[in-house]
Design a protein around this ligand. Structure first.
Ligand SMILES: Nc1nc2c(ncn2[C@@H]2O[C@H](COP(=O)(O)OP(=O)(O)OP(=O)(O)O)[C@@H](O)[C@H]2O)c(=O)[nH]1
Ligand SMILES: [Mg+2]
Length: 312
């Protein structure tokens, strides 16, 4: 289902830093050269720098070396296409779309560490849903950080959306409960719940998150239909560690990888794919509401390996 529209151009511009670091450097390294073991070593170093992850890099480099020794690849230029193909092969057809419940409302719970981009991502998802002609209700269940309710309220005003909020310091689970009730009563299509930033080490806050989930599930059978973990792509391997920890506390259905535009570490998507069984569903490529894209592996890989010269 084409819930969110993907444009190759937007992904391309959002991934400019990763592209420069990976494809740009690789092309400079490889062009006009005979392939050699030494050159393959250098390709390996670039993949590691791009945060593609050790597992994926090792497997791909072994395959490249084998192809080179078999005489299937002899020129540096051929390596880029080989890498693209191998990287694309690493993704299964796992469902990356946002789950929409048969019976309204669909509930999407958004969680993550402090400052990763949760609130902005909630607003972006709301925008995309509105563009898709779905009605949306927001829940400001971050009652913890001063200013958080206000921040989501500003987004809601800009989009003309209703928002359910509690008093600062109030129980976020009760805000979530009120919001679930309101979403049902008003017959909205999707309820989006923003939560406070928390570290996996903060046991009390992690329990609060599962409590939010539980009250919503009690009110709306089958909810939350999505539990999205927002990760900050600039955090590199740290983001992978965060995801592992969160997954232990709460069942995650997908990852929203924010701030891909701000990093050369776009290869982190691959590391996430290898380490966790959780699909990256959406990517954030900037600070405005439109800067969200569904994650599509093929477009993603094309975007990081396509230089300006290839685009007409
Ligand atoms: N460049 C870029 N910046 C982003 C993106 N997503 C969020 N940001 C910025 O990251 C900063 C933090 O975003 P928030 O949405 O407030 O993050 P949060 O996770 O809700 O933060 P807390 O509620 O304090 O835990 C803001 O300055 C956002 O504009 C993105 O995809 N790209
Ligand atoms: Mg927030």
């Amino acid at each position: 289902m084409g819930l969110f529209k993907s444009t190759f151009k937007a992904i391309r511009s959002g991934l400019a830093k990763t592209r420069q670091a990976l494809a740009g450097s690789l092309r400079t390294l490889l062009s006009g050269k005979e392939l050699s073991d030494a050159l393959i070593d250098e390709v390996e170093a670039y993949l590691i720098t791009g945060d593609v992850g050790v597992k994926a890099t090792t497997e791909i480099i072994n395959a490249l070396r084998a192809a080179y020794h078999d005489g299937d690849i002899t020129r540096g230029e051929e390596v880029i296409d080989f890498l693209k193909e191998k990287l694309k092969q690493r993704w299964s057809e796992a469902d990356r779309s946002i789950a929409i419940a048969n019976k309204k409302p669909t509930v999407i719970l958004v969680a993550g560490v402090n400052g990763v981009g949760k609130t902005t991502s909630v607003a972006k998802i709301a925008r995309s849903l509105l563009d898709d002609d779905r009605s949306v209700l927001l829940a400001a269940a971050d009652t913890f950080r001063a200013g958080a309710i206000e921040q989501l309220s500003i987004w809601s005003e800009r989009m003309g959306l209703d928002i359910i909020k509690g008093a600062p310091g109030s129980d976020p689970a009760s805000v979530a409960f009120d919001a679930a009730e309101a979403a049902q009563a008003r017959g909205v299509d999707v309820l989006l719940i923003d939560t406070a930033g928390r570290m996996h080490t903060q046991a009390g806050l992690m329990r609060q998150l599962t409590k939010i989930r539980d009250v919503v599930a009690k009110k709306i059978p089958g909810a939350p239909h999505e539990v999205l973990l927002v990760l900050d792509a600039t955090a590199g391997q740290n983001a992978v560690n965060q995801a592992e920890m969160f997954a232990r506390a709460i069942d995650l259905t997908g990852i929203f990888l924010a701030k891909l535009d701000g990093t050369a570490k776009g290869g982190i998507v691959l590391a996430i794919r290898d380490k966790l069984g959780i699909p990256v569903k959406l990517i954030g490529v900037g600070e405005t509401l439109d800067d969200v894209e569904p994650f599509d592996p093929d477009s993603f890989i094309e975007a990081i390996f396509t230089t300006t010269a290839d685009v007409t």
